[in-house]
Design a protein around this ligand. Sequence first.
Ligand SMILES: Cc1cc2nc3c(=O)[nH]c(=O)nc-3n(C[C@H](O)[C@H](O)[C@H](O)COP(=O)(O)O)c2cc1C
Length: 200
Amino acid sequence: MLPALTELIRRRRSIKPVDMDSGREVDRALLVELIENATWAPNHGLTEPWKFHVFQGANRADLVAIMQQTYRETTPTAEFREDKLKKMGENPLLANVVIACVMERNGGTKIPEIEEIEALACAIQNLQLSATAAGLGCYWSSPPLLEAAPFREWLGLRSEDRCMGLIYLGWPKASLNWPRSVRQPVENRIVWHGCIARPM
Ligand SMILES: Cc1cc2nc3c(=O)[nH]c(=O)nc-3n(C[C@H](O)[C@H](O)[C@H](O)COP(=O)(O)O)c2cc1C
């Protein structure tokens, strides 16, 4: 009934930076359009609880430096992994763009924090669907270091703000076979109340 939208939603996949063409620029006007689409997400009280920090070009190296510094300084020795540190150094440079998505509490405490987080999640999905429609690959990454003090301070977050994820964006390599995914049959996830379940 909604073929174009259904196709887009189901085509979106997490595309890892290693499968992106880092040298192929994502145009500034396209980035603005993606982020503007993100801001059309529903949000309670129109607080628009978001800020998008865009890293492209040489700035990606600054992001790498603070991520690795934060990981080194805040990871307990028993959990520290050299391979994770290495990947942190590579991923932002393999993608053409990285967007740090911040839940920014603009409405005081009137709106519960969970609702501001939910609104940002809706915005991020708008961004990902828009990127997919443009032919870009994207991937939502949420390493624990986003919550750690050195990273938060570097990004200039206030105590009430939270960085909810890094969105890696880039044109997929020509050689990429677009990944497939699966979901449970939807009937397993629906409880019909007060209506007769019909075979789909
Ligand atoms: C809130 C959130 C955080 C995520 N964080 C990570 C992450 O840190 N690392 C990762 O590999 N994928 C992360 N993902 C992506 C999921 O792993 C991915 O969506 C899932 O594997 C399904 O694949 P698909 O996106 O291709 O449908 C995250 C997704 C969400 C919604």
